[in-house]
Design a protein around this ligand. Structure first.
Ligand SMILES: [Zn+2]
Length: 347
């Protein structure tokens, strides 16, 4: 790929074939990352990011449902679609092997320098020029998780935006380079985790959320009521050390219980067993704190074959999908935040 190939395709109306495209065929309509600007009654636009991960179709399905809903009717507010990675969607992958993860290379990234990173920098600049009301990045995940919203700032408008989706809210500042963090510079911004890729309720939930935000005239300047949302702070990310393999098989370096993902969003006391290790492998997992420092010994301890939590924590994104575990991580660890003090402090 040529380094100068960082232009962003922009459409001022819906390209032909968009409404009938599947994630696999969208690249025939929109071949590369692109902006699609659709005019509505109010300005500035709500930006909705979809298919940033090619194997997470909820965004495309929710937007198709929304646009069908508004057939022959004006949108309540302008809508800008940010088309993420149609090439990866064509082959149902998070990203192509030669590509970086498209939700790690937005401005603020710790992996700068790629053609794709330059392209997303351009894209954010274009959104800045046009102005933005709010940004919503739509994702699926593997494993059993509730639907939840993620925010990267604790401003009242961000908490209000998240509360429109549900009461479970995750606050994180790592990894860097995610879309919602870059777009937080422009407007209240969320990442929405809408359950498993086959979860139709996730599509409906995302559709209702986008429609609700399109109808807002402004964000309340006060935070949600203290009992309206539960905010969890991501404190650490658990990954495999390079070369390690995780699976439910008995020969794996890291052995996963078949129902491991039932632990997602459960508060686990210190001493709880997370996974087991093959006795020959010393230290198969590595834990990094939000600031990037290694904190494996703070959060995990090994007792025989068991790798246990060393302190109380709540996992999220635990999955049995070995590809996701290798490409991304085994899970995140979270701690509840004191919403009442937060809301008082944020006033
Ligand atoms: Zn994703």
């Amino acid at each position: 790929m040529q380094p100068e190939n960082t232009a962003i395709h922009e459409y001022s109306e819906l390209p032909d074939g968009f409404l009938d495209a599947t994630p696999e065929t969208l690249c025939e309509v929109v071949p590369e990352p692109a902006l699609i600007h659709l005019r509505g009654r109010r300005e500035p636009a709500v930006a909705v990011v979809l298919l940033l991960h090619g194997n997470e179709p909820v965004g495309l399905h929710a937007i198709q449902q929304l646009l069908r809903h508004y057939t022959h009717r004006e949108l309540p507010r302008s809508l800008t679609l940010v088309i993420g990675n149609p090439q990866a969607a064509a082959v149902k992958q998070r990203h192509l092997d030669q590509q970086p993860d498209f939700n790690r290379i937005w401005p603020g990234t710790e992996q700068p320098g790629s053609t794709e990173a330059a392209r997303f920098e351009r894209l954010v600049e274009r959104l800045r020029q046009r102005g933005l009301f709010a940004a919503i990045d739509l994702h699926n995940n593997t494993g059993r998780n509730p639907h939840y919203a993620c925010i990267n700032r604790l401003d009242p408008s961000f908490m209000q935006l998240a509360a429109l989706f549900g009461r479970t809210v995750v606050y994180f500042t790592r990894p860097r380079g995610v879309a919602s963090m870059a777009l937080a510079e422009l407007a209240p911004s969320v990442t929405l985790e809408c359950g498993h890729p086959e979860d139709h309720a996730g599509v409906q939930h995302a559709f209702e959320m986008v429609d609700a935000v399109l109808h807002l005239s402004a964000f309340p300047d006060h935070p949600p009521a203290p009992n309206a949302i539960d905010i969890y702070h991501t404190v650490a990310r658990v990954r495999l050390r390079p070369g390690m393999r995780a699976s439910t098989g008995t020969d794996a370096d890291v052995r996963l219980e078949p129902d491991l993902d039932r632990l997602n969003f459960q508060m686990l006391p210190a001493g709880s067993c997370l996974v087991r290790r093959r006795p020959e492998v010393e230290d198969p997992l590595v834990v990094h704190a939000e600031d990037g420092g290694e904190v494996t010994g703070t959060y995990l301890e090994t007792r025989g074959e068991e790798i246990r939590l060393r302190r109380d924590a709540m996992p999220s994104m635990l999955t049995l999908d070995t590809r996701v575990i290798t490409q991304d991580c085994l899970c995140y660890l979270m701690e509840p935040m004191d919403t009442a003090s937060l809301v008082r402090g944020a006033g």
